[in-house]
Ligand binder design. Structure first.
Ligand code: F0G
Length: 357
């Protein structure tokens, strides 16, 4: 049957990028049609960026509202192919939401370990609704990750954190999409860094596209951590990471070396931004570009603004900021960061007055 447009019936990242991914048996493929997210031109931030072309890779529009779906379709499909009946992960929220949804689709059991009281409401509600066993650990993400590693080395449960190589394979498809949409690689690619799987995956994707002759140049990879949670920047693990960007509140990233390699090989950098800078970027995106992302996601734009101020970027550069998760994931932070609604009587005159007429 003819398609309405060539991407009119997007098949999900495994089928769309089959030639670039490890093989998976057709009947094991578990997809919610993730990927094909928009690359949005940020035209209203020219006062900040001048002659630099800024694009937003809006990963919040994936099926569970974050980039994690790209890796989870691979990890869960592979687990299913191998006959696994259950998956487990530690998570600051988004991985748990994706794992729970894809496990539901695959008819598998999901166990998710999240730091108690430290994950955004939307993410918690997703894991609960998809029927995962949600274990709220009295500890932080790093402790939860240590426990799931211990469990999976002793029990037949598949680990779906990004130390599972199939997660990285799936996530690299976002780099392919950026190249397809632009027709070339950007000059710089900005990303938030938490457990550091995503920056590792993007770099792998860009390199593979270059090796296959799909792009002629590679971007400089720019990773940003939150200041109170920046182990890679300071060079050692942090016992008690702090940031209001809970998604990246991680003190000992699993893909530490992958992030360092990406930055070194590409000639990029890994730096920190403050929580204030993250919230500023979060608000700018919502108020000026109409794009609602979660706080951690805005770390990429906060990083780009910092790089611009420091003179790292030049007019004519094309830069991409990945916005990793949807703003609706964290309604509490959104409400705390905006103007309060006006309570008012059901009275036209009073309402017009409040409107400034
Ligand atoms: N942005 C969001 C919204 C995230 O959820 C994460 C990671 C990151 C950025 C950082 O990506 O870990 O690959 O460097 N969230 C993980 C989770 C840790 O459990 O959902 P990373």
């Amino acid at each position: 049957m003819a398609r309405l447009t060539n991407k009119g019936n997007w098949e999900g990242v495994i089928r769309e990028f089959r030639a670039f991914l490890p093989e998976i048996r057709e009947d094991a493929i578990t997809t919610l049609k993730e990927g094909n997210t928009p690359l949005i031109e940020a035209v209203n931030l020219r006062d900040i960026f001048g002659g630099i072309r800024l694009l937003l890779k809006y990963e919040g529009l994936n099926p569970t509202g974050s980039f994690k779906d790209r890796g989870m379709t691979m990890a869960v499909s592979k687990a299913r192919e191998e006959g696994s009946k259950a998956i487990i992960c530690a998570s600051t929220g988004n991985t748990s939401a994706a794992a729970s949804a894809y496990a539901a689709k695959a008819g598998m059991k999901a166990f998710v370990l999240v730091p108690e009281g430290q994950i955004a409401l939307g993410k918690l509600s997703q894991a609960m609704m998809h029927g995962a066993l949600v274990l709220q650990v009295k500890g932080n993400f790093d402790e939860a990750l240590r426990i799931v590693k211990e469990i999976t080395s002793n029990y037949p449960i598949t680990l779906v954190n990004s130390i599972n190589p199939f997660r990285i394979e799936g996530q690299k498809t976002a780099a392919f999409e950026v190249c397809e949409h632009l027709g070339h690689a950007p000059t710089f690619h900005f990303l938030p860094v938490g457990n550091a799987g995503n920056i590792t995956a993007y770099w792998k994707g860009y390199r593979e596209y270059e090796e296959k002759g799909m792009i002629a140049s590679l971007p400089k990879m720019m990773g940003f951590q939150a200041e109170g949670s920046a182990p890679i920047v300071i060079g050692h693990p942090i016992e008690n990471p702090q940031t209001l960007a809970t998604a990246i509140k991680i003190g000992n990233p699993a893909s530490w070396q992958g992030a360092l390699d990406a930055v070194k090989e590409s000639g990029g950098a890994i730096e920190a931004v403050t929580d204030d800078e993250i919230i500023e970027a979060y608000k700018l995106l919502a108020a000026r570009e109409g794009v609602f992302c979660e706080p951690a996601s805005a770390t990429s734009l906060a990083g780009a603004i910092k790089a611009k101020k420091e003179g790292v970027l030049n007019d004519g550069d094309t830069i991409v900021c990945t916005l990793t998760g949807h703003g609706l994931k964290d309604p509490d932070r959104a409400i705390a960061s905006s103007q309060k609604p006006v309570k008012i009587a059901a009275d036209t005159k009073k309402i017009l007055k409040a409107m400034g007429f």
